[in-house]
Design a protein around this ligand. Structure first.
Ligand code: GLU
Length: 419
């Protein structure tokens, strides 16, 4: 048996690209170009802490490809942030934006910090200083950051203000995922989870299942997991298990999601709530008896070591990169349908695009309009992926990659190589 080495997300991302290179007849230089980022930026920067001491932090912005438009992608604050993690996340943004036909390339950023250890003013100081460091390489037509794990709308507001101060006027389209009061879009907060819920409803329909009969487990109870769980419960599904890093619950009759959302808001975790359900760990959740498993937290949770114990018949990757290539092969052999991350979680960047368009036009839409457009974009991408997968009699991930990567190489070939 091959023992799985510490899975490196950048290696996974490269392997996924290479798996479609032959079928797309990619020239070797194109594989080489796309299997690494166009540009990488690292900054070591100081932040003054509340006690007057100055601490150093390390941050990254990796710009994978911009053949289809400005670089786009979130900024993550987490102790797990590394150059290779950000490289992988940037590459996945390129395919994701192409798959849902947004006129963007892909990028990602991150700071190696646990934001929960910072006070609000320390978080503000860190965010402003990091964004000031990024100033030379970003801009509304260049590279447009957004929230990701550990960041939120308030952090985006500080970013936007910092950039605007150095430019002498308000530049709202430099970042998306902002509060509505400063140029954010209606519907952006819930967009990723809403996109996931549209796909779950559609997939159930195609599989001849009724949403009311589905038992769903969601790993992660942040922005994506909590909204996904709530919307699926509202749609009639039974959300039987949810968890965050500190713990979670299982109840075969369905959990009370609004109560857990209130707990997450108040305590920053859903663990240790007296809700009368069986306590489970974040790892247990992946092996729980359910129909649809939705990893909505971090990468590398479905591994060669646990993929054979997944009991769901469908995995929806609301997180980026939750399944390693080795685990993916096991799930495939076991006949488990996997809706890949670049499709499943594309709702967030899709509404980011709508926010950017609204900011550029200074003309704002109602939430209904945003959700309607989101639904159309998600379902049309799903349809294309589903059709190609059926035609090839292959997995949804390969179909999604074939479509996304094809669009990027079309753009590169059409533009040609600058002398
Ligand atoms: N961080 C989100 C993602 O991974 C959203 C990116 C964006 O809105 O630009 O897709």
């Amino acid at each position: 048996m091959v023992v799985e080495a510490e899975p490196n997300p950048y290696e996974s991302a490269r392997a996924q690209l290479e798996s479609v290179a032959d079928e797309l007849a990619m020239e070797p230089w194109l594989v080489d170009r796309l299997s690494q980022p166009e540009r990488e930026f690292t900054t070591n920067f100081p932040v003054e802490m509340d006690d007057g001491n100055v601490r150093m932090f390390k941050g990254y912005r990796v710009q994978h490809n911009n053949a289809r438009g400005p670089f786009k992608g979130g900024i993550r604050y987490s102790l797990q942030v590394s150059r290779d993690e950000v490289r992988a996340l940037a590459m996945w943004m390129t395919w994701k934006c192409a798959l849902v036909k947004l006129p963007y390339g892909g990028a990602k950023g991150g700071v190696n910090v646990d934001p929960r250890e910072l006070s609000s003013s320390e978080l503000e100081n860190l965010s402003r200083r990091f964004f000031a460091e990024l100033e030379p390489i970003i801009g509304p037509e260049v590279d447009i950051p957004a929230p990701d794990m550990g960041t939120n709308a308030q952090v985006m507001a500080w970013y936007m203000d910092t950039y605007s101060m150095t430019h002498g006027h308000t530049v709202s389209p430099v970042v998306t995922g902002k509060p509505v009061s400063v140029g954010g879009s209606e519907g952006r907060y819930a967009a990723t989870g809403r996109g996931v819920s549209y796909l779950v409803n559609e997939l159930a329909k195609r599989r001849g299942e009724s949403i009311a009969d589905l038992r769903i487990a969601v790993q992660g109870f942040g922005n994506v997991g909590s909204v996904t769980a709530r919307l699926l419960q509202e749609a009639g599904a039974k959300v039987v298990a949810v968890s965050d890093v500190q713990g979670g619950y299982y109840d075969g009759n369905g959990l009370d999601i609004p109560t857990l959302e209130a707990a997450a808001d108040e305590y920053g975790t859903i663990a240790d709530q007296p809700i009368g359900a069986d306590p489970i760990s974040n790892a247990d959740l992946l092996e729980i008896d359910c129909d649809y498993l939705i990893p909505a937290a971090i990468e590398n949770v479905l591994l060669e070591s646990n993929a054979d114990r997944v009991r769901a018949s469908v995995v929806i990757e609301a997180a980026n990169g939750p399944t390693t290539p080795a685990a993916d092969a096991i799930l495939r052999d076991r006949g488990i349908t996997v809706v890949p991350d670049i499709l499943a979680n594309a709702g967030g960047v899709t509404v980011s695009y709508m926010e950017w368009v609204q900011d550029l036009q200074s003309f704002f839409w109602e939430e209904e309009e945003v959700n309607r457009r989101l639904r159309r974009i998600m379902l049309s991408a799903f349809d294309e992926v589903w059709e190609l997968a059926a035609q090839r009699d292959g997995p949804l991930r390969d179909a999604a990659y074939l479509i996304g990567v094809q669009r990027v190489i079309d753009a590169i070939r059409t533009r040609g190589v600058f002398p």
